[in-house]
Write a protein that binds this ligand. Structure first.
Ligand code: HEC
Ligand code: HEC
Length: 262
């Protein structure tokens, strides 16, 4: 008898725990967010789950959003979007990273097929679950040389010192030419895919302004040294040495040699 009671109590508590997750998703009252709720059902629900709570292969791996949410590590389908806020939703939708075509892909920049109104609506819906707002960086308040130093320290290892993009295991850090100042500020706080998340403790908002200013500068750098060669560093510079400089010197030697002989 006692076992039955304990079982009943356990079952009841399990139900109580399960209830919030299983509750029917409510349509938000705000009309824009309500429209977003419908669009979410169409484009996002399959991966991010009911109430944006995420979908995971095993319930135990429900780690939610955060730096450890790379698809391989999370063992899931789509991370929870509760608490990622308008900041992340706006970034992922305006870059075309989301909706992802299928799981297992690195989110990449793609043509955005959602309209401005649809993006605002989905962002409003995700924001009903809390989280940070869309940031507005002020690169004009930043300092270019501080920005360069911070970028070299925190970002260049992956994105290359002039933000031309690079390679890391399992992902391609993109060139940052297409990232708007706002998207740079968003990416730094989100840490999309394998990129680390930088909190305001490691990079303050003012330092972020400097980084944004530096990234803007890399889109149009001054060229004191002449030919920039795409600013991707030693490989093209080496190629110029081998295929232009060395042949030119050889030709020069031949011409000089012929002149001295005659
Ligand atoms: C460990 C490598 C790594 C580091 C360090 C890193 N990133 Fe990234 N970053 C990435 C990867 C990979 C992506 C692509 C993310 C994706 O596809 O979801 C990315 C994406 C971005 C984007 C979006 C670009 C676009 O147009 O799609 C911006 C902006 C960005 N990073 C800025 C920064 C800044 C600024 C820093 C330094 C504060 C930084 N990153 C540090 C790897 C890194
Ligand atoms: C095919 C599955 C799939 C679909 C469809 C999809 N997503 Fe995602 N989404 C993912 C995965 C996987 C990640 C984790 C990627 C990463 O780490 O950058 C993700 C990440 C995100 C993030 C970042 C979460 C964070 O922690 O910062 C946001 C925001 C997001 N998705 C929004 C959306 C929205 C909005 C839609 C619908 C328009 C959508 N996604 C459709 C699979 C999907």
């Amino acid at each position: 008898m006692r076992a039955v009671l304990i079982f009943a109590a356990l079952a009841a508590s399990a139900l109580a725990v399960a209830a919030p997750a299983g509750a029917a998703p409510g349509t938000p009252k705000d009309p824009l967010a309500a429209y977003g709720f419908h669009l979410y059902g169409q484009y996002c629900l399959a991966c991010h789950g009911t109430n944006a709570a995420g979908r995971y292969k095993e319930p135990s791996s429900a780690s939610g959003a955060g730096p450890g949410r790379a698809q391989g590590q999370q063992g899931g389908i789509g991370p929870s979007l509760q608490g990622v806020g308008a900041l992340a939703a706006d970034f992922y939708l305006r870059t075309g990273y989301m909706p992802l075509r299928h799981i297992g892909l690195q989110p990449r920049r793609r043509r955005v097929f959602l309209s401005e109104h649809q993006i605002r609506a989905i962002v409003a819906y995700i924001a009903t679950f809390g989280g940070p707002p869309i940031p507005t960086p002020r690169p004009d308040l930043g300092n270019l040389s501080q920005g360069q130093a911070l970028f070299t320290e925190h970002c260049a290892g992956c994105h290359q010192v002039l933000a031309q993009g690079g390679y890391v295991t399992g992902a391609l850090p993109p060139a940052l030419v297409l990232a708007t100042p706002r998207q740079v500020a968003q990416a730094v706080r989100i840490g999309p895919y394998v990129m680390p998340t930088f909190s305001t403790r490691s990079i303050s908002d003012r330092q972020l302004d400097s980084i944004v200013r530096y990234v803007e500068f890399t889109k149009n750098p001054t060229r004191p040294g002449g030919w920039g060669l795409g600013y991707i560093g030693p490989v093209p510079e080496g190629l110029v040495t081998w295929f232009l400089a060395i042949p030119a010197l050889l030709v020069l030697c031949l011409i000089l040699g012929r002149r001295l002989r005659s």
